[in-house]
Write a protein that binds this ligand. Structure first.
Ligand SMILES: Cc1cc2nc3c(=O)[nH]c(=O)nc-3n(C[C@H](O)[C@H](O)[C@H](O)COP(=O)(O)O)c2cc1C
Length: 159
């Protein structure tokens, strides 16, 4: 089997966007984490997936709510990406968000996102130390003229 460090280096050479995946907890409070493992799966029906570590504190909220929002961060939001990648309990303090119109999903980070997709959870698939969350996209929008952020080899870039 490949050495874990080498596996990380190999995968880090595949550039991705940066998503803040959000959900509401049973207490109605926002939860979220930074995710690079996010991609489109199917057009008909519109499906997307995200891979989440089993130890994530956001995971129970996604599973209980049965839905999540993928906020595709705009370029220049490194600080937000780092904050959402922490284990802080007050991650959302001072951050602008709104509830999706569909009543599904988690907070939409409108001013920090280049686009967002609200998803209802259709399947959770166990995969090693992560869960694959498969979601049907029920609502979404892109902000014209706002460039997404790129993550590659541990660096953040604009287009
Ligand atoms: C750029 C970046 C990408 C990340 N991608 C993922 C990912 O795809 N899946 C994952 O579970 N964690 C990923 N993480 C780590 C989580 O954001 C981190 O473990 C976070 O503390 C989890 O928060 P939570 O326990 O409050 O849910 C990433 C972190 C960064 C900085």
């Amino acid at each position: 089997m490949i050495d874990p460090q080498r596996f990380r280096e190999v995968m880090a050479s595949f550039p991705s966007g940066v998503v803040v995946l959000t959900a509401f907890g049973l207490d109605s409070l926002p939860r979220g984490l930074t995710v690079s493992a996010f991609c489109a799966v199917s057009l008909g029906p519109p499906l997307a997936l995200a891979c989440i570590d089993k130890t994530s504190n956001t995971l129970p909220a996604v599973q209980q709510a049965g839905s999540f929002t993928a906020n595709i961060l705009a370029a220049g939001r490194e600080q937000l990406a780092r904050r959402m990648a922490s284990k802080l309990s007050d991650k959302f303090d001072g951050i602008a968000w709104r509830r999706p119109e569909s009543g599904q999903g988690g907070p939409i980070l409108e001013v920090d996102a280049a686009a967002y997709a609200v998803c209802t959870l259709t399947q959770t698939i166990e995969a090693g130390d992560h869960w694959i969350l498969l979601g049907q996209v029920v609502e979404g929008e892109q902000r014209e003229g706002v460039s997404p952020m790129i993550f590659s080899r541990r660096g953040y870039f604009g287009l």
